[in-house]
Design a protein around this ligand. Structure first.
Ligand code: NZQ
Ligand code: ZN
Length: 385
């Protein structure tokens, strides 16, 4: 096992009614001016926005409204938010939404305190932000686990690049699985698949240990609860499991002591930079194709994955046969849950020129079982065009 430092400072309030029960006590600890940050309107339709405005008024706060955070947030939106935070002397930010809102807010928080342009400081000078305006997260869509970490996927449109731009950690996260009831089914599946993707990207990194045993249990639970969700989408037990699974993964407990793979995420991020694609849905297209390429480099790990996550029966099969079956079990599962298996099915307007750009600009993992050449990335993308 590699050496590591483990740090996960986010206080979690889990359960229905968490906002009414716990937000007032958290608001009592923060300054007078609070930015209310949210996405394209789901929080207004659900009534959560009005509930929050009322709680903020009861707490005597001045509210700075910051809506319109788009899926796959842009760096321009981060800078807009940071400018307003400075202009209005914002003391605290409430991030209300899914991964996009939380990612944007953690970077707004960091950018508002950074001594220079955050992108330049972190991506070009490799200096990570240490301080930020404090913020809390109210999670309305789970799958990215963004509430537990300081990472953020931010698209820099000028540079045609979606980068992992670190922000700061939340002071607290309120996880009410009831909010998931209004999420459209396909989006819910995309998010749950993103969660499974994070597990697999960690599991198939080199090395193994107790973290892989825990990861197997988690992956099994995600698969089981996705199936349960499809039978009964409003079941609170199922929604609660899916929500907590998502947060657990991004505590990074399962990543410690081994390098992660994250090749699929690196490819997806550049797909997003060129097409604006949906994160989880695009990962579902990329994973099986990538695994068909690397399965023979780690047959024992893929065979173990098949047995522990998809309950495959190893009897009478060679390790390599079972490994191949595991990859196809994953591909079948993606179809079973209504996600797409090619970029065309997904409705993305891609051609070989775009795939070539993605392959030429994506990060190449150093933690996977075999490092890919750019040509092979292009091939595996073409295979699912
Ligand atoms: O914008 P609104 O109107 O709120 O609608 C959103 C959005 O259209 C909607 N939604 C959210 N909560 C809802 C709801 N609809 C109905 N009911 C609710 N309760 O869902 C849509 C998608 O939201 P978004 O936040 O974009 O999705 P997700 O949570 O999948 O986040 C994706 C972003 O997270 C980044 C991705 O790259 C992508 O930019 N990631 C962040 C990570 C992290 N910080 O650790 C890790 C991930 O790998 C990922 O890269
Ligand atoms: Zn992800």
């Amino acid at each position: 096992m590699n050496n590591f430092v483990y740090y996960c400072p986010v206080k979690v309030y889990f359960g229905e009614g968490g906002v009414q029960k716990h937000l007032p006590e958290e608001l009592a600890k923060v300054g007078n001016t609070v930015m209310l940050a949210y996405g394209g309107g789901s929080v207004k339709r659900s009534g959560l926005y009005d509930e929050l405005v009322s709680l903020l008024a009861q707490a005597g706060k001045k509210v700075v409204d910051f809506g319109g955070i788009m899926s796959n947030p842009t760096y321009a939106k981060v800078l807009e938010g940071a400018r307003i935070v400075k202009q209005e002397n914002v003391d605290f930010i409430l991030a209300v939404g899914g991964g996009s809102v939380m990612d944007c807010v953690k970077c707004i928080a960091a950018a508002a305190k950074a001594p220079k342009d955050l992108w330049e400081m972190e991506i070009e000078d490799h200096v990570i932000a240490r301080e930020g305006v404090p913020y809390g997260a109210i999670v309305t869509l789970s799958g990215t686990g963004s509430e537990m970490d300081n990472g953020a996927g931010i698209t820099n449109e000028e540079k045609n690049r979606k980068g992992n731009l670190p922000g700061t950690y939340a002071e607290f996260a309120i996880l009410d699985p009831g909010y998931l009831r209004t999420v459209p089914k396909k989006q819910m599946m995309a998010c749950a698949f993103d969660n499974l993707s994070h597990c697999m990207e960690t599991y198939f990194g080199r090395g193994t240990g107790v973290m892989d045993r825990m990861n197997e249990a988690l992956m099994h639970d995600i698969v089981e609860n996705i199936r349960a969700y499809l039978k009964d989408p409003q079941n609170m037990e199922t929604l609660g499991n899916l929500m907590w699974d998502s947060s657990l993964v991004q505590t990074f407990l399962f990543n410690m002591g081994k390098p992660g793979d994250f090749q699929c995420h690196a490819i997806e991020h550049q797909m997003c930079a060129y097409t604006g694609c949906n994160h989880g849905m695009t990962l579902a297209v990329i994973h099986p194709s990538y695994y068909r390429h690397i399965v023979s480099d780690a047959p024992e790990k893929f065979a173990r994955f098949g047995k522990t996550v998809f309950d495959l029966n190893p009897a009478g099969k060679t390790e390599m046969e079972l490994a191949g079956e595991a990859v196809e079990a994953l591909a079948d599962f993606i179809q079973e849950i209504g996600l797409d298996s090619s970029f065309t099915q997904l409705g993305l307007d891609v051609n070989e020129e775009i795939l070539r750009k993605v392959a030429d600009t994506c990060g190449l993992s150093g933690g996977n079982v075999r490092k890919l050449e750019r040509e092979e990335v292009f091939e595996l993308l073409k295979e699912v065009m």
